[in-house]
Ligand binder design. Structure first.
Ligand SMILES: Cc1cn([C@H]2C[C@H](O)[C@@H](COP(=O)(O)OP(=O)(O)O[C@H]3O[C@H](C)C(=O)[C@H](O)[C@H]3O)O2)c(=O)[nH]c1=O
Length: 185
């Protein structure tokens, strides 16, 4: 399977664009293939698929991560609508600690984002009725699930549209600032 893998500027975070084969019936696409990932140098196995639907534009989910030993790598794609997807390096030992990258992923562009372990992840919806599907490398462990405030000035993410706080979960509205968060060593 042909796979476009584009580095996004932070260690291990990639835009992934799988091939899409159109014909008179519609299209076919291998949306994930672990052999192609290994060939691209991304060695990860996924154990869980997630699907979230957000009714409104401006819904922000994140910034989330799970602490070791349940830290998750994620492969994120959008099957309806569009999001601005963000990954933040939260590894204290990293030379890019606290740095972020963001990219629009959408059903139209058929692109994906791979977020490795050691990063917080979140997105804001750019359209109503947006559906995000993502694979994770480790199972959900709520006791290890953590959040960082999406608008932390120390990270200073340039969200492309206003975030509707009313559309956020209570957990996200109450999330700590980066400096107070429990991060990776
Ligand atoms: C993450 C998760 C949640 N849940 C349950 C827990 C809650 O009852 C409900 C909603 O969970 P939450 O509010 O954490 O959902 P999101 O705000 O979309 O969280 C996600 O948002 C950002 C974008 C992420 O990267 C994470 O994968 C994930 O944390 O689903 C489960 O049962 N399993 C799970 O793996």
């Amino acid at each position: 399977m042909t796979l476009e893998v584009r580095p996004l500027g932070l260690d291990g975070v990639f835009e992934i664009v799988p091939a899409k084969f159109g014909d008179a019936r519609g299209f076919f696409s291998e949306t994930h293939n672990s052999e192609s990932f290994r060939a691209a140098g991304i060695d990860v196995q996924f154990v869980q698929d997630n699907h979230s639907y957000s009714a409104a534009k401006g819904v922000l989910r994140g910034l989330h991560y799970q602490l070791p030993p349940a830290a998750q790598a994620k492969l994120v794609r959008v099957v309806r609508g569009a999001v601005f997807d963000v990954a933040v390096d939260i590894r204290k030992s990293s030379k890019t600690f606290g740095k972020w990258v963001g990219i629009e992923i959408s059903a139209g562009a058929w692109n994906q984002v791979f977020v490795p372990r050691g990063f917080a992840h979140g997105f804001v919806t750019l359209e109503p009725d947006t559906e995000v599907i993502y694979k994770v490398s480790d199972p959900y462990r709520p006791q290890l699930d953590r959040a960082i405030r999406y608008n932390d000035p120390d990270i200073a993410i340039a969200w492309p549209i206003p975030v509707d706080d009313a559309q956020m979960s209570g957990k996200d509205r109450a999330a700590p600032f980066f400096a107070q968060a429990e991060l990776f060593d």
